[in-house]
Design a protein around this ligand. Sequence first.
Ligand SMILES: [Fe+2]
Length: 256
Amino acid sequence: MGYIDLHCHILPGIDDGSPDMETSLGLAKAAVENGIEYALLTPHHMNGRYVNHRNDVLRYTSEFKRKLEENNIPLKVFPGQEVRINGDLLEAIDNDDILYADEDNTYMMLEFPSEDVPAYTEKMIFQIISRGITPVIVHPERNTAIINDPTKLERLLNSGCLTQITASSYVGTFGKTVQEFTERLIAAGQGVTFASDAHALAKRDYELDQAYKKMSKEFGVDKAREYQDNAKAIINGEPVQMYWKPIKKKKRFWLF
Ligand SMILES: [Fe+2]
């Protein structure tokens, strides 16, 4: 079986991802070439710039599916959203305007602002989890607040959140700092799976295969298999076990 990609912005013209259908089809081809067989389409939702309502994404996804079939691109796509944590989120959940990673509404791909974990996060996560939803925090390795203080993420893992690491972060596309922090997250068991977060920008290309190969080399094939199995469990709404430990503090943090 090919890879499952739980996070990408390849639906055309609805967020900062692919601008048009031609680019989207090119990205879908690139995904297949990278070994991806299933893709959860996750346009931004409620991030302050883009709102992509559930019903619209369902419609765009079936249109895209038709285009993929017409063009003989063997990528199987599912509707999803990358949901930004925000003050109106609980209302959106209760109004059924959210798409989950699975059909049973178990896993929500949840994003934070890139430089912040808002003060209300823990309280809101508690509310989300008490509705039977498990947040999958996307790209925690690129959040500067978490990089500076990993306990911010650890508190959320304690509450039952999972994480999705961007493949390109691990491969090094976002630079050394992000790459090193990604390696520390993985070593501490604080990652659950990889996804592309493909955006039609050179920096966020498909590097899922590269990430899984690197992981097999550095952490063993079983770890890479576990990450792939977890992606499958998430899209199927099945349980995912996460065994993690706190991140070791770097010595230089203590020099002052
Ligand atoms: Fe994204």
